[in-house]
Write a protein that binds this ligand. Structure first.
Ligand code: DP6
Length: 333
């Protein structure tokens, strides 16, 4: 019985994937750009098993294992089937995953989870040396499109592709290029009300959806340039426009989706105050209530201290740009 363990990081999107031209194949309607995180990771151990059943476990933070819910099990089995088909193998597996950050709260747990699962399964199938572009496409097929970005470190663009053709994600700058920080204000823990998949499905019903698509080429160009020039002044406003538009579209979809909590608004207000006081800090959110505050290293401690002092904030995670997934020698079981 051989074991493979991979840790894969979460990522925070600067330009969001929201809306698909083919949801079953996770073909997006627009290109997205993200920063891969360093500390927020999912670890996945896969062991080959004799027999004809996969076993799927969640590793608990303080030891022990529990059985995940049926939807999670279904998606993991589906991805394992896809990986077996890809490798022309019948091999069954024992799989355990552990997240070191709150799951399903808009902190991209599916992206890191499916990136880790895909890479660990490729390793367990003896295909660990597959080119990263192919692994990115396999991670995307899990249904969590943003997982295609989490297989890479640094700053990552996932192009939209064209028609039937998907595109893998590509690194546009490595982790050492720009020392950005992500101070995450956790205002709500627990699964979000509506999964991203459903959000993508409803997005085109918003009257603002088409307008955002029109605005995106310019936003994407600005974000690419901001990264190339390491300019937070250029990046910051686009970050907030993108986050607000994502939620505007969600709130005006039919039926509407409200991801924000009261704490979300409180944190957004504090971020504005911090800027008025002279700190360059900019907010973004994925499909959840928690707020990622992007700033440079010099501002990080002040930003974290201020967010931590807020009643609305449960806790703060201080993260930075990570170099991508890694293979671990220590296994979860
Ligand atoms: C708002 O379909 O990749 O985070 O499976 O929940 O990770 P998950 O979602 P996915 O959509 C991502 C939606 C987003 C924006 C983004 O990360 O690009």
């Amino acid at each position: 019985m051989t074991k493979t363990t991979v840790s894969a990081p979460a990522n925070i999107a600067f330009v969001k994937y929201w809306g698909a031209r083919d949801l079953d194949r996770a073909l997006p309607l627009n290109a997205s750009i993200s920063m891969t995180l360093d500390r927020c990771v999912t670890q996945c151990t896969i062991e080959t098993l004799a027999g004809d059943q996969d076993e799927i476990w969640l590793a608990e933070p303080h030891g022990g294992f529990s059985a995940p819910g049926p939807e999670f099990q279904r998606r993991v089995r589906q991805q394992l089937d896809r990986m077996r088909q890809w490798a022309a193998s019948e091999q069954r597996f024992r799989v355990a995953t552990r997240n070191n950050f709150p799951i399903a709260g808009g902190l991209a747990s599916s992206a890191s989870g499916f990136a880790a699962l895909t890479l660990a399964a490729a390793g367990a199938l003896g295909r660990g040396d597959t080119p990263i572009a192919e692994l990115s496409s396999l991670a995307r097929r899990s249904g969590s499109g943003s997982a295609s970005r989490s297989v890479l470190g640094g700053f990552v663009e996932w192009p939209a592709g064209e028609g039937d053709r998907a595109s893998p994600a590509m690194q546009i700058a490595d982790a050492d290029h720009w020392d950005l920080r992500d101070v995450i204000a956790v205002v709500e823990i627990g699964p979000k009300a509506v999964p991203s998949l459903e959000g993508h499905r409803r997005a085109p019903t918003s009257p603002y959806f088409a307008r955002r698509l029109e605005l995106l080429p310019e936003r994407l160009a600005k974000v690419r340039r901001a990264i190339a020039e390491r300019s937070l002044d250029l990046l910051g406003p686009v970050l907030e426009e993108e986050a607000v538009d994502l939620h505007l579209i969600a709130m005006s979809s039919r039926p509407p989706i409200f991801y924000w909590a009261p704490g979300t608004v409180a944190v957004l207000r504090t971020v504005r105050e911090l800027r008025q006081e002279g700190l360059a800090a900019w907010a973004t959110m994925d499909a959840g209530a928690n707020v990622h505050v992007i700033c440079d290293a010099a501002a990080e401690e002040d930003v974290a201290e201020r967010l931590e002092s807020m009643e609305a904030v449960g806790f703060v995670i201080q993260d930075s740009v990570g170099s991508g997934p890694q293979t671990d020698d220590e296994h979860l079981f």
